[in-house]
Design a protein around this ligand. Structure first.
Ligand SMILES: C[S@@+](CC[C@H](N)C(=O)[O-])C[C@H]1O[C@@H](n2cnc3c(N)ncnc32)[C@H](O)[C@@H]1O
Length: 264
C-alpha cells in the first residue's frame, strides 16, 4: 500500500463509515449491481460500502478484501454476518478465476501504486458475463464557489502528499482506459456529482461537514511530511465553519464511475 494519507484508527474508521452514508445516494443511484450471486469489493476498508450494498441488495453474497489488518478487523466487526472479509492484497487475490459475479472498487485506486494490477485481478476473478463497477476520484474537480484560498492551498498539498506517497489523486481521469486495458468492456462512464445547493440547506450542511472531515483527515500525514502546519489547519477549519454558516458558499466535487462487462 502507498502511504495511506488518511491514516488508520478510530477517527478514520468512523470517517469512512459516515462518508459511505453521506455519498451513498450519489454513488449507488441506478447502479446495475446484480440482485443475487457473489459480489467482491476490493479494498473494502472498514466495510462501509459492504453495508450500503447489503442494504440495497440483501440477497447478494458479499465478500470484501482489505490489506490493512486494522481496517479488515473493523470491517468484520461492523458488517457481522452480512459479509465475509478477507485480509489480503487486492493485487494478489486469494480467489479462483471466474469465482464472483460482480466486483466493485470504490475510493481505492487512488491509494495503490499500481491500479492496473488491482483491476487485472478484479477482471480475473469475475466470471464471463459478470460486471465490474469502479467509482474513483478526480481531485481536479474539487471547488468552492467563491474560492476559499486556505482550502485551495490545503487541497493542493493534500493531493501532492498523496501523489508523493505513491497514490494518484486524479486516477478517475484515466479510469475508463485502465478498465479497458484490464480486459473488461466499457459499458458506460459517468459523473458522480456531489454538489451543494442553497435550496437544500440540510444537505449543504451535511456535505460541508463531510468535506471538512475529509480535509482534516489528511492533516497528520501532511504535517509529518512537512507539507502543512497546525496554524494552517486552524485557519482551514475556521474558514470552513464560516462557509457552513454562509448559504452563499457552495462546494462541488465530481467522481468518476465506470461500469464494465467481463466478456472473455
Ligand atoms: C479510502 S479507503 C476506502 C474503503 C472502502 N472502499 C470505502 O469506500 O469505504 C481505501 C482502502 O483501500 C485499502 N487498500 C489500499 N491498498 C490496498 C490493496 N493493495 N489491497 C487491498 N486493500 C487496499 C486501504 O487500506 C483502505 O482501507
Amino acid at each position: 500500500m502507498s502511504g495511506y494519507i488518511h491514516g488508520f484508527g478510530a477517527d478514520e474508521e468512523q470517517r469512512l463509515w459516515d462518508q459511505a452514508a453521506v455519498l451513498a445516494d450519489a454513488v449507488f443511484a441506478d447502479l446495475p449491481l446484480p440482485e443475487r450471486g457473489r459480489l467482491l469489493e476490493l479494498g473494502c476498508g472498514v466495510g462501509a460500502q459492504l453495508a450500503q450494498i447489503h442494504h440495497r441488495r440483501p440477497r447478494l453474497d458479499l465478500l470484501g478484501v482489505e490489506l490493512s489488518p486494522s481496517h479488515a478487523a473493523a470491517a468484520r466487526r461492523r458488517v457481522g454476518s452480512t459479509a465475509g472479509v478477507l485480509r489480503a492484497d487486492a493485487t494478489r487475490l486469494p480467489l479462483a478465476a471466474d469465482s464472483v459475479d460482480a466486483a466493485v472498487t470504490i475510493w481505492v485506486l487512488e491509494h495503490v501504486p499500481d491500479p492496473a494490477a488491482v483491476l487485472a485481478e478484479a477482471v480475473r476473478v469475475v466470471r464471463p458475463g459478470g460486471v465490474l463497477v469502479c467509482t474513483e476520484v478526480d481531485n481536479t474537480t474539487f471547488a468552492f464557489h467563491p474560492e476559499l484560498p486556505s482550502v485551495t492551498r490545503w487541497w493542493d498539498r493534500f493531493c501532492r502528499v498523496q501523489a508523493d506517497g505513491g497514490g494518484d489523486p486524479y486516477v478517475g481521469r484515466r479510469l475508463g482506459g485502465l478498465v479497458t486495458d484490464a480486459g473488461a468492456e466499457l459499458r458506460h462512464r459517468h459523473d458522480v456529482a456531489v454538489v451543494t445547493s442553497a435550496e437544500e440547506p440540510h444537505r449543504r450542511h451535511v456535505l460541508i461537514e463531510y468535506v471538512t472531515d475529509l480535509l482534516r483527515s489528511g492533516a497528520r500525514s501532511m504535517i509529518a511530511a512537512g507539507a502543512a502546519e497546525q496554524h494552517e489547519l486552524d485557519e482551514l477549519e475556521s474558514d470552513l465553519a464560516r462557509a457552513a454558516r454562509d448559504p452563499g458558499v457552495e462546494w462541488e466535487y465530481h467522481a468518476v464511475q465506470v461500469v464494465a462487462d467481463v466478456t472473455r
